[in-house]
Ligand binder design. Structure first.
Ligand SMILES: Nc1ncnc2c1ncn2[C@@H]1O[C@H](COP(=O)(O)OP(=O)(O)OP(=O)(O)O)[C@@H](O)[C@H]1O
Ligand SMILES: [Mg+2]
Length: 236
């Protein structure tokens, strides 16, 4: 079954078209990675699925319902952290729970647990500006996961991290996904990251169309398969 159905989607800004007739089914519980050259429309696609950008034509269905705006069950994670600068780590992570009016005690408990899982126990009272970029990115991931979204739309969330932190965040995402299945659309420039995380990798072309979809034969195992790597790289 598909959680996200993208049907002949056209999206653009003003008169300029970016995505031109994109169709893609994203299965329930699937991790789909999206890659492609800079400017091809990866972020535009995520914004459209999040409900932040309307389709010019075609449509997007999530759980069978057309997307007409943002929804709490669909969480967008940005490359630059998007944290509220005046809120502590704790209160940033509590945000999706406050929006849902979860009682204070439970909110605290859930947020504290996620802060621990992303390796930031002890930083609860810090403000985002007192943390490194990688730490802020981990807070953002904790905040997203604390909201238990059904669909996670991640736009190069680990792009600014050093290799070691990046690997540990990829593993954390996989561990969480195994424990509480969610459908993930994950944009990345990094072909190895795409083949590691994704069940499939969708490659967008410069023309705003889907160039190809490659299935990862060993998703979430340690090494990417050279043949699949080459197949993606020849398109980019
Ligand atoms: N707010 C905007 N207004 C007008 N044009 C935009 C806007 N955002 C993006 N574009 C244009 O739409 C096209 C696709 O942009 P998008 O950000 O989706 O690409 P991308 O694939 O995410 O690129 P990158 O890999 O560099 O992040 C680009 O030509 C860009 O200039
Ligand atoms: Mg982008």
């Amino acid at each position: 079954m598909s959680t996200v159905s993208i049907e002949n989607l056209h999206v653009g800004y003003g008169n300029s078209a970016v995505l031109r007739g994109l169709s893609l089914e994203i299965g329930t519980g699937e991790i789909l990675c999206v890659t492609g050259p800079s400017g091809c429309g990866k972020s535009t696609l995520l914004r459209a699925v999040a409900g932040l950008l309307p389709a010019t034509s075609g449509r997007i269905l999530v759980d069978g319902e057309p997307v007409t705006g943002t929804a709490a069950g669909r969480a967008l994670v940005f490359q630059d952290d998007g944290l509220l600068p005046w809120r502590s780590v704790q209160r940033n992570v509590e945000l999706p729970l406050s929006i849902r009016k979860v009682p204070k005690g439970e909110r605290r408990e859930v947020a504290t647990s996620w802060i621990g899982q992303v390796g930031l126990a002890g930083y609860e009272r810090h403000l985002p500006r007192e943390l490194s970029g990688g730490m802020r990115q981990r807070v953002q991931l904790a905040r997203t996961l604390a909201g238990t979204p059904r669909v996670v739309l991640a736009d190069e969330p680990f792009g600014a991290l050093d290799a070691q932190t990046r690997t540990s965040m990829q593993r954390l995402l996989v561990d969480v996904w195994r424990a509480q299945p969610m459908t993930v659309v994950f944009v990345t420039h990094d072909v190895d990251e795409a083949l590691f995380l994704g069940d499939r990798v969708a490659v967008l072309g410069r023309d705003g169309r889907l160039a190809k979809v490659v299935s990862s034969s060993r998703p979430r195992t340690d090494s990417s398969v050279p043949a699949e790597r080459a197949e993606i790289l020849e398109t980019l």
